[in-house]
Design a protein around this ligand. Structure first.
Ligand SMILES: Cc1cc2nc3c(=O)[nH]c(=O)nc-3n(C[C@H](O)[C@H](O)[C@H](O)COP(=O)(O)OP(=O)(O)OC[C@H]3O[C@@H](n4cnc5c(N)ncnc54)[C@H](O)[C@@H]3O)c2cc1C
Length: 425
């Protein structure tokens, strides 16, 4: 089902934000990224503003003027900006010809170094995974575990997106934004953003205040593989990838011959003889360093098996936050789970300091909601933390109805109130 807003505005350059007549816009004004974490519960009475900076095929100011007609609420700002994504390149460890900051009034990608890491500034409207793809292609470390998270770079800094042991905050180096309160552009230090599990100050006390126009990420040429979350290491091993002392490993076929030889102990022919040496020779012909690309591809494979493809079926990803509870409460849940599943049953959980995080997906499944439908809305069969628009025509009422059923059942069974991660508008 479609919902409508009073006005949709797409800006393509920072200057557009200065030329907007904010007071004349239908209120409230909300900033839209890719919309992948939003649930519109009905028509929106105000203005939806999309930051299309960095988007090659954005509507453009002149088109917005055409769409909204003469006397449109946008001033006569400069024309649409254009950005051609380009290799990140550069070297880490000192400025060189490739490392100079690229100035330019256009909202393009820029890069610099802080002497150690490579700093890449990306316009807010760029699809976050396009940035991940470029970083991996260039062999730069940092965002590879965040591969395939839908949405745009601007939102990555709002949401503190996270997956497989990495969060946006781990790679954020700076945020440029328009401060609606002060009417000027500001550079925000990520240290001031109070980042937490899928949250930030942008979602709390700064809600609605800043329009993010660019995000600077920190990338490294030094290997920084993070493999111990969500079955990444197991998936690498299943492909025949074996981590060695130097992080070198025989890769799957598609990586054959693309990297340096495995020179770790036991990894070369010279150190052995006979059949072992032959096997090792075969392996060393395959050998390649553990690369960001290899990890990215592995994570993409895992995600595709678990999560609905946004191109095919609508969802907003994880619908609920995973609750964090005290140990006493956890023990009560363990008792319920053992009564349901037998005395040897183990409840999945993670220690968070002296508290315990229990996967909401597990509780949803235990309450029998896996695959459950309400009209066009459905709890996703492969990952019950996700509610999908199974029919493509689910109404907000159906999605909210199913959400309420889940919340009520879990509260009744476990005494836990789930909170939606998806933002209801
Ligand atoms: C299939 C699927 C899988 C997902 N997997 C993950 C996952 O693994 N990890 C994870 O963390 N999330 C995940 N998500 C959620 C979603 O991808 C993220 O929350 C993402 O950051 C949303 O980006 P977006 O551009 O679509 O933002 P939107 O949903 O459009 O907006 C999100 C919030 O950011 C604000 N915002 C957006 N752009 C700007 C801007 N330029 N300036 C100021 N505010 C802005 C909006 O106002 C809103 O409050 C998943 C979603 C889907 C559909």
């Amino acid at each position: 089902m479609r919902v409508r807003c009073a006005l949709y505005v797409e800006i393509t350059e920072e200057a557009d934000l200065l030329s907007l007549d904010w007071d004349a816009l239908p209120q409230p004004v909300m900033v839209l990224g890719g919309g992948s974490n939003l649930l519109f519960t009905g028509d929106f009475p105000g203005t939806v503003l999309h930051v299309g900076i960095g988007v090659e095929s954005g509507m453009g100011m002149d088109q917005v003027q055409r769409v909204f007609g003469p006397g449109s609420l946008l001033g006569a700002g400069p024309g649409p900006g254009s950005v051609v994504p380009r290799p990140l390149g550069g070297t880490v460890g000192g400025p060189g010809p490739k490392d100079e900051i690229e100035p330019g009034p256009k909202s393009g990608w820029t890069r610099s170094t802080d002497g150690k890491d490579l700093l890449i500034t990306v316009p807010a409207g760029v699809v976050f995974d396009d940035f991940c793809a470029l970083a991996a292609e260039e062999g730069l470390w940092g965002p590879e575990n965040l591969s395939l998270i839908p949405g745009e770079c601007g939102a990555s800094a709002v949401q503190n997106i996270g997956a497989y042991g990495v969060e946006a905050k781990d790679i954020l180096a700076g945020i440029r934004a328009y401060d609606r309160q002060e009417g000027r552009f500001v550079d925000i230090d990520p240290a001031d953003c109070q980042y937490g599990y899928r949250t930030s100050r942008f979602k709390t006390e700064w809600k609605g205040r800043f329009v993010i126009t660019a995000v600077t990420y920190r990338l490294s040429k030094e290997p920084r593989p993070i493999l111990d979350y969500g079955g990444v290491r197991k998936a690498l091993e299943a492909q025949g990838v074996r981590e060695t002392a130097q992080g070198a490993c025989p890769p799957p076929d598609k990586y054959r011959g693309r990297g340096p030889l495995d020179t770790s102990p036991g990894g070369t022919k010279e150190t052995m003889g006979g059949a072992e040496a032959e096997r090792s020779e075969a392996e060393s012909r395959w050998a390649v360093s553990l690369t960001p690309q290899l990890i990215r591809d592995t994570i993409i494979d895992i995600r595709r098996k678990k999560l609905p493809d946004p191109e095919e079926i609508g969802s907003a990803g994880s619908f609920f936050y995973n609750p964090v509870i005290d140990r006493e409460h956890f023990e009560r849940i363990v008792a319920i789970a053992k009564a349901d599943n037998g005395p040897d049953y183990a409840v999945p959980h993670y220690e968070v300091g002296d508290r315990i995080k229990v996967p909401a997906a597990w509780m949803i499944e235990q309450c029998g909601f896996k695959g459950r439908r309400l009209g066009g809305a459905q709890v996703y069969q492969n990952q019950p933390l996700v509610i999908v628009n199974a029919s493509g025509e689910a109404s907000p009422e159906e999605i909210i109805g199913l959400e309420k059923q889940v919340i009520d059942s879990i509260a009744a069974k476990y005494g836990i109130t789930l909170h939606p991660e998806v933002e209801h508008v």
